[in-house]
Design a binder for this molecule. Sequence first.
Ligand SMILES: NC(=O)C1=CN([C@@H]2O[C@H](COP(=O)(O)OP(=O)(O)OC[C@H]3O[C@@H](n4cnc5c(N)ncnc54)[C@H](O)[C@@H]3O)[C@@H](O)[C@H]2O)C=CC1
Ligand SMILES: O=C(O)C(=O)Cc1ccc(O)cc1
Length: 356
Amino acid sequence: MPELIPGPVEVVGAGLIGTSIALACRRAGADVVLSDTSPEHLRTATGLGAGRPRSEEDRPALVVVAVPPDHLGGAISAALDAAGEDTVVTDVGSVKAAPLAEVASHPAASRYVGSHPMAGSERSGPLAASADLFTGRPWAICRHDGAAATAVRRVVALVEACGAVPVMLTPAEHDKAVARTSHVPHLLASLVAGTLAGAAPEHLALTGQGVRDVTRVAGGDPALYSQIISGNSDAVAGLLREIRNRLDLALDAVAAGDRAGLESLLAHGLAGTRAIPGKHGGPVQPVAAVHVAVPDHPGELARLFADVGASGVNIEDVRIDHDPGRPVGLVELDVAEGRSEELHAALEAKGWVTHR
Ligand SMILES: NC(=O)C1=CN([C@@H]2O[C@H](COP(=O)(O)OP(=O)(O)OC[C@H]3O[C@@H](n4cnc5c(N)ncnc54)[C@H](O)[C@@H]3O)[C@@H](O)[C@H]2O)C=CC1
Ligand SMILES: O=C(O)C(=O)Cc1ccc(O)cc1
């Protein structure tokens, strides 16, 4: 563990994020202690090797609060109350201004620095945790004006111990950013997914990868996301108003058969997809898709990946779709644009059926 964390790390809330942080800190060599209002989650996280239950005698150097958003302010205050003079407290909640407002007047607020790892999943609880969850991912650190420099350095050390990349932002900037990159996309994914609930099975039989891509995050826990979105209501409402205006334009364009209007809305969306940073935060690399039919048998995917590896072409991304009528998967491999023909040829030579 980095010297900047001179003692045990306590994780309050041993769910998906808390247990993942605990596992990553254990792997980095830290002594980790855990607390949770759910005895079952505490038992599970301990059983996974994430740490030991916190005892009265423990004096953590760093407390990481990883509880649901509505409970962040109370849990951060309780950690500051219980903390020794040298203890630093951070939280990993998805919104940053609201918990800060709750603890800003605490006498020990200089030892609190909020943070937010930009990694997670649709699943909750310790069984979904992984020590690798944060590897290479951005992790916002949101210092407030009164935060001590030593406290900020200790939170940076936590982020680095978890293999993530620290990104410094004010709490207000952070909340505006995540409204755009996380909270509004989640809400819109849920609205689209809602149109599928109760739809006719013969319509749902035509489900392809596109609708899966657009709706994936809507599989998250509604109780958690309702807390997250209402904790960032100003920034989310502002963006929703912008989208409502575009939705009105889209409705008018569709109803009037206004091709040019529709094309302009779709072009604006295309520009948005190009604004998303590429892998590892770099510019987006142009990719081409190579589609491969893969029999639905054990070991076939491993064989395909081994053949791609032997061809020397790097896989930038991968998606798997299923043929509804046959026991065959359709694997879409994204590779650098200039290498797709080479991969087609290499795979066909090994007997794979590929499509352009
Ligand atoms: N789920 C995700 O993908 C991400 C979530 N976050 C944030 O991390 C925090 C935790 O989220 P998850 O790990 O997904 O939730 P989770 O539901 O998996 O875990 C939350 C844990 O906190 C415990 N808990 C609840 N109230 C408590 C209290 N007062 N004291 C101690 N323990 C308490 C629960 O028993 C549970 O084990 C949330 O604030 C969320 O906004 C941040 C990044 C990603
Ligand atoms: O599942 C995904 O793609 C995510 O983006 C996960 C996520 C969920 C909530 C957060 O506050 C941060 C990250």
